[in-house]
Design a protein around this ligand. Structure first.
Ligand code: AMP
Ligand code: ZN
Length: 136
């Protein structure tokens, strides 16, 4: 499989691994938003979160939680963002599902809330119904 994260899983290319078990791997992001920015991936190649079997996501979520706690402790960051990009439109560049664990410091220049939008009248309820009905 010609996937950079699969190559990291197989140790064919170097990475800075912070945690590994049978199904998951966590390593430092090579271009961190802040120092200590860590990626958690399933060892199996799944492209997006929707491709990860339901029976495997619980274990991955457990690892994400534990690594997030460790990143916070090790960096001394007062806050942590956990993000996960799916698809090109969402800025997913590596097509192997991964969670970003980003240590956050006051005044670090990352301000996601500046990008928020507003609903028109009635649009929020329509959107709620559509999403609610789409859930399996
Ligand atoms: P995304 O945009 O969500 O697909 O994020 C992919 C992330 O993988 C980016 O933040 C990259 O900096 C990171 N990345 C790409 N190649 C490597 C690598 N060889 N080792 C560590 N991180 C990487
Ligand atoms: Zn892969």
């Amino acid at each position: 499989m010609d996937c950079i994260f699969c190559k990291i899983v197989r140790k064919e290319i170097p990475s800075s691994i912070v945690y590994e078990d049978r199904g998951s791997l966590a390593f430092l992001d090579i271009s961190p938003l802040n120092k200590g920015h860590t990626l958690v991936i399933p060892k199996n190649h799944y492209e997006t979160i929707a491709d990860i079997p339901e029976k495997e996501i619980g274990e991955l979520a457990r690892v994400v939680r534990n690594v997030a706690i460790a990143v916070k402790k090790a960096t001394g960051a007062p806050g942590i963002n956990i993000t996960q990009n799916n698809g090109r439109a969402a800025e997913q560049l590596v097509p192997h599902a991964h969670f970003h664990i980003i240590p956050r410091f006051g005044g670090d220049g990352i301000i996601l809330s500046h990008l928020k939008k507003k609903y028109e009248s009635g649009e929020m309820e329509k959107t709620r119904v559509k999403i609610s009905e789409a859930i399996d």
